[in-house]
Write a protein that binds this ligand. Sequence first.
Ligand SMILES: NC(=O)c1ccc[n+]([C@@H]2O[C@H](COP(=O)([O-])OP(=O)(O)OC[C@H]3O[C@@H](n4cnc5c(N)ncnc54)[C@H](O)[C@@H]3O)[C@@H](O)[C@H]2O)c1
Ligand SMILES: O=C(O)C(=O)C[C@]1(C(=O)O)C=C[C@@H](O)C=C1
Length: 282
Amino acid sequence: MRRAGLAGEIVGTARSAETREIARDLGFCDRIVDTASEAIDGADLVVLAVPVGAMGAVAAEIGAHLQPGATVTDVGSVKRAVIEAVAPHLPDHVHFIPGHPLAGTEHSGPRSGFAELFDNRWCILVPNGTDTPATERLIALWKGMGSNVEVMDADHHDLVLSVTSHTPHLIAYTMVGVADDLSRVTDSEVIKYSAAGFRDFTRIAASDPTMWRDVFLANKDATLEILGRFTEELFALQRAIRTGDGEVLFDYFTRTRAIRRGIIEAGQDTDAPDFGRTGKHD
Ligand SMILES: NC(=O)c1ccc[n+]([C@@H]2O[C@H](COP(=O)([O-])OP(=O)(O)OC[C@H]3O[C@@H](n4cnc5c(N)ncnc54)[C@H](O)[C@@H]3O)[C@@H](O)[C@H]2O)c1
Ligand SMILES: O=C(O)C(=O)C[C@]1(C(=O)O)C=C[C@@H](O)C=C1
């Protein structure tokens, strides 16, 4: 917001004095105050950026102090549970437009933010019939911060994100846990010789435990649904390995490779360097 000059005054707060002090030193807010209700005093826009399990409590703290016509949004990784936790605490005279920027790292805290974080990333908004001018302003804000914006229903968001973000995180957590258990047997070689794929898993598995505990508790149904499907596919591959069915494995990997190539060819992976790797190398 500051990079593009999109806000008159940016006011921040956090629970701990230490975090507020770090944010003050970094200087990305105009003012850092001690409480959430002070922070939202006179605000046109309020952004809730706490773990999804804490959204309801923060909404309860600020609800009565919101000025008429203000927009309240959030950046939580789950949408249905956040709506259910936050909406009951908000007065009728504010616009509640939940959101989720699909951008982040395994790091947390004020030092982990950087102005380019949202560039060319998607931000999903869930206006759910909320006042159109307020939604249009929020869309313009995210676009001004470099994002592409998509409007979506909360349940659809939670299912899609369960496939693309939540279940993959659980798989990474599990795989790193397995390697850690095994490292006691293999004298830490598993970690020492970890190749790039596994190193990516360790990066993901270093994400904030509070954030991810809350994500799984809040997106229980979709995650269990996708985990069920994942387990079925895993069993099918396990059986192919046990029975020596190379055709099943080859066909499966051919299908998944085509998906990755499709993403790159459609220009949807802005991080992927193009070394001509999508070509055939027989
Ligand atoms: N990190 C990511 O990759 C990412 C990406 C998109 C969305 N999100 C979502 O954004 C939200 C914030 O995540 P983040 O990565 O910015 O985390 P963060 O740890 O950097 O910030 C979270 C803040 O919430 C505060 N907090 C924690 N529990 C609280 C409570 N009970 N009451 C009040 N404050 C509390 C913490 O002190 C901290 O200041 C989460 O809902 C997360 O799901 C994260
Ligand atoms: O790259 C990462 O560290 C992330 O996992 C970021 C990531 C993701 O799954 O893509 C994590 C959770 C958020 O809700 C959005 C983004």
